[in-house]
Structures are given as structure tokens and as C-alpha cells.
Design a protein around this ligand. Structure first.
Ligand code: DGP
Length: 139
């Protein structure tokens, strides 16, 4: 299996985990648009949204809804941008939902995404812990 996100799901590639649920894993994007940018993936491999089994749609989007709340509650963001690329502009062909913390005046415009970096693993862990601690439990 050469899918990097499957390797993160099975634990053979490290990631800074934010959401750890039976059918969904959420972890920090290594090239965040803003710090606290989370990627949510179904644990099973599907390439794109049309490939997702229907019963997993509310599970994945429910996790996205709760993570969108958690970046506000945990990081002090005003809101979020929630999106996914399917095939076009999709650099990792394992379905993933981007949850990007947003604050008015943060400079994000249109579909050109600037990227930032964590200064250290410790800083990434701190962002992950703050979002994770603010995450509501699944229903
Ligand atoms: P997209 O371009 O929509 O397919 O987004 C893929 C994202 O995945 C991109 O923002 C960078 C992120 N990414 C790529 N490789 C890795 C990785 O190995 N670990 C983590 N945490 N994120 C990755």
C-alpha cells in the first residue's frame, strides 16, 4: 500500500493526530494554510467523495462539523474554511476534508492557498492538543 494517508491511518507514518475515531482519523496538515489546519480522512481507502460509502458520509461530515467547532473553541479562530479537492488539485488520492481555521483579515483570498510551517514538533503538538481538547464527542 503506497497511499501516504493509509500509512498514517495504520500508524506506519507519523502524524500529529487531532481526531481519533472508529471510522475517521484527523491530523494536522504538514503544509498548513494556517496553524491548526486539520485533514480528516476515512480510515478506509477511498480516492474521492463520490467513492465514499453513503453510510460514512454523515460520519465524515459529522467529524468535520465538530472539528470546525473545535478550531474556534480551541484556537480562538473566528470561523473556518471546510473543503475537499476531488481529482483536480487533489495531491493525495485518499479522500480528505480540509478544516482550516479562519479569522477576518487573515489574508486568505480565493483559491490560492499560502502555506506556513510549524516552528517545531512541540508547537504542532500544542495546536493539535488544543483542537482535540475542544472537540465534542461523536453523537
Ligand atoms: P490536497 O492538495 O487537497 O490533496 O491536500 C493534500 C494535503 O495533504 C496538503 O495540504 C499537504 C498534506 N500532506 C501531504 N502529505 C502529507 C503527509 O505525509 N502528512 C500530513 N500530515 N499531511 C500531508
Amino acid at each position: 500500500m503506497d497511499c501516504i494517508f493509509c500509512q498514517i491511518v495504520d500508524g506506519t507514518v507519523p502524524a500529529t493526530v487531532v481526531v481519533d475515531e472508529p471510522f475517521v482519523l484527523g491530523f494536522l496538515d504538514t503544509r498548513p494554510v494556517f496553524k491548526g489546519h486539520v485533514l480528516l480522512v476515512p480510515r478506509i481507502h477511498v480516492d474521492t467523495l463520490p467513492d465514499l460509502p453513503a453510510e460514512l458520509l454523515p460520519v465524515l461530515m459529522g467529524a468535520a462539523q465538530r472539528t470546525a467547532g473545535a478550531v474556534v473553541a480551541g484556537l480562538g479562530a473566528q470561523g473556518s474554511f471546510v473543503a475537499m479537492n476531488n481529482v483536480v488539485s487533489q495531491s493525495v488520492p485518499h479522500l480528505h476534508v480540509h478544516v482550516v481555521p479562519r479569522t477576518k483579515g487573515d489574508g486568505l483570498r480565493g483559491f490560492f492557498w499560502p502555506r506556513t510551517k510549524y516552528t517545531s514538533d512541540e508547537e504542532a503538538q500544542e495546536y493539535a492538543a488544543r483542537v482535540s481538547a475542544a472537540l465534542a464527542p461523536p453523537p
